[in-house]
Design a protein around this ligand. Sequence first.
Ligand code: FPP
Length: 248
Amino acid sequence: MTTDVVSERAVLAQIKRNRLPRHIAIIMDGNGRWAQKRKLPRIAGHRAGMRAVRQALEGCSQLGVPFLTLYAFSVENWKRPQREISLLMSLLREYLKKERAELKRRDIQLRVIGRVHELPHAVQKDLETALTATRDNSGLTLTLALNYGARTELVDAFRKMAEEGVRNGSVGWDEASISRNLYTEGMPDPDLLIRTSGEMRLSNFLLWQAAYAELWITEVLWPDFTRKDLFRAVSDFQKRERRYGGLG
Ligand code: FPP
């Protein structure tokens, strides 16, 4: 048994199963830097990032965290070179094809948030197949944020609500009705938001939903992220006092 396995267990042992976050959201950052450090093309970092996706998913399954949301492609990422975008889309398709059976086997339900209709057709088709294959699963919900931006999400929600107002004469404009009209409808808000590679910002991710999320930022670059890092984040989360503006 390696030391690494021992310490992963040690971190795991600290976690109280009755105080788990219900929803963990992750900004997977640092793929490019990981590749650069190794003098590899950026896409090699994204490919290595797929392994870390598996680690995060396994960690959540092992703990029994019911919702995991991953920021895989933002509305701003279209500004990247066309070649990187195409390779990212190919990787995503590869992931969906390769992991579909595994997701089904592990009772994981796939969900997508973002302006999916603007993604390349081939990606939309693979997504549809994976969504259908996993739709009856009742274990963990894995949500991929694809062509996602929190401000875009709010615009889409407000448009929907305005249209509903026109159709039905009125619409309730309160926090609950806005939440219901977001892409994340029906999901609990994230309790824990993890960002890798040390950047201290939200980058337009789940701005409404993360209002009271506990933030956990690590210097670890996403391709190096392991189950142990996830367990560490959860363990730290359990030490925080969440007061929601009250006195605790
Ligand atoms: C940010 O790193 C990462 C992305 C924009 C893409 C995330 C994609 C993956 C992890 C691979 C595929 C994912 C799934 C769900 C199949 P960056 O490129 O901004 O890194 P840098 O800041 O170091 O340049």
